[in-house]
Ligand binder design. Sequence first.
Ligand SMILES: *Cc1c(COP(=O)(O)O)cnc(C)c1O
Length: 390
Amino acid sequence: MKKQTIAIHTQFQHRDAYNALSMPVYHTAAYEFDNASDMADAFCGRSDLPDYSRVMNPTVTFFENKVKALTGATDVIAVNSGMAAISNTLMALAASGKNIVSSRHLFGNTYSLIAGSLLRFGIKPKLCDLTNVEAVEKAVDEQTCCIFLEIITNPQLEVADLKALCRIAHEKGIPVVADTTVIPFTEFNIHELGVDIEVVSSTKYLSGGATSIGGLIIDYGTCQGFCKRMRTEMLFNFGAYMTPHVAYMQTIGLETLDARYRVQSSNTLALARKLRTLPAIKSVNYVGLEDNPYHELAQQQFGPTAGAMMTIDLADQEACFNFINRLKLIRRATNLFDSKSLAIHPASTIFGNFTDRQRQSMDVLDTTIRLSIGLEDVDDLFEDIRQALS
Ligand SMILES: *Cc1c(COP(=O)(O)O)cnc(C)c1O
């Protein structure tokens, strides 16, 4: 079956008592057992029956199974935010004295996690230019526990050669973890490029209409012991498992993902092309544009679409603020890939509490506006941007 069919039709793990057509929301903390041996089997992982909703819940398992069917992964764990997916994954892989090789071009909180929070536990960041294979080769040492990267960095829109990075990592026997939030995992197969573990903020495309916060850890089974540690240690001790109501909403979101994404990605490309005709915009940055420096590599790795995020550069910060204040249709909001189009000035918001030097080292510019393109008509979006610039 094709992916869109799989996304719609997934078998329940067990027959529902009332033959519900949608997976019910099992809003329960615990589950009763018929006898002591069933109870022992569930607790020791010898059956698939849930015992406690911090570690297993039928509504969440159903959502995980849909993602598993769509990605071909060995295991999928749904957690309560994209950051929970990233922090739990890194804490499962790292230990005091180890280091993480990554980039300065990272989502703001991921940067503070790797360069700040984890440092307090003796895990060191080794940040280098991931588009420079020699720099990565030099950075990886005996204490490196993984390479962590984002497939298209936000807001710099940079793309690394994943096969080359995976080759370096696998020679050293360490996994590559990729944050694929910016293009849905239904569009390409990251494991074919060599990536071992995929993390996703399902708050974005999946939730559809920004209904809820969630994250996914997608394990392709090539990192020894990772799945076992996630299921038997991280979920139990760190307690970040997704809640059933969120899993219900994100399951519905996942069913319409393909239809929404087709419109959002084609809207973004059409709008990026049109915005180039506006002289007030100094540059339009979108990996889907043929003359973008990462266009070819992105197409090879992630398929024909390039996501629904672009950036534009205006003259200075004042021009950016004026532009944002004059928008009438596009919403002034953070978040990405909502059905509504969104605009934000990353330097003063997401990266607002970073020092000037940090922002400089991360290539976060005062002149950049980030746009997330929704499901509206492209002409209406263009008209809003045109009037906001004048
Ligand atoms: C939003 C985002 C995150 C964090 O996800 P939350 O669900 O907000 O915790 C991580 N990585 C990327 C690339 C994101 O866009």
